[in-house]
Design a protein around this ligand. Structure first.
Ligand SMILES: [Fe+2]
Length: 161
């Protein structure tokens, strides 16, 4: 069977050149590890919660975009980074996607926009992105106490493991 070209490929065709264009090698490495990692976790969590593969695809894209600006521009103030990353994603990626409805693009946008609000429970789609972000940080180094002690880690690990 031939490999399908999916909507995720459409998104990656825009996201990957942005990551490849990051000049600082350490930022580029961080972008690949964290953004792809959160995308994968978001897809896993979406499916584990019983959502469709279409939703998992949207979650994967939101995960890949959720911190992109912070790697592209290291000088950006990290305060308020979620909102800035959402606006960056809209301008440079979401606006250029043709296969998604406005509602789907809004879900991705708000998933990014709200991902720093980890102390509150919000829309179910936003929760997927927050939990994926938390889980990626914890699982990339299981012996690092700093991330394990963060709220929501134990809950999400209990859910997915
Ligand atoms: Fe993140």
């Amino acid at each position: 069977m031939e490999r399908q070209y999916t909507r995720l490929d459409e998104a990656r065709n825009i996201i990957d050149p942005i990551i490849k264009g990051i000049r600082d090698e350490e930022s580029k490495r961080g972008a690949y590890v964290h953004l792809y990692g959160v995308g994968l976790m978001a897809s896993l969590i979406a499916l584990k919660r019983g959502y469709s593969r279409e939703i998992a695809e949207l979650a994967e894209i939101a995960g890949m975009l959720h911190d992109l600006l912070t790697y592209v521009d290291r000088t950006e103030d990290t305060d308020d980074h979620a909102h800035k990353c959402a606006d960056y994603a809209k301008e440079y990626v979401l606006k250029h996607l043709n296969s998604f409805s406005d509602e789907e693009l809004d879900m991705i946008y708000y998933g990014i926009y709200n991902h720093s609000d980890k102390h509150v429970k919000g829309h179910w789609f936003d929760e997927i992105i927050k939990d994926a972000d938390a889980a990626q940080h914890a699982l990339r180094n299981p012996m690092e106490d700093y991330f394990y002690q963060r709220p929501r880690i134990q809950q999400v690990l209990d859910e997915i493991i």
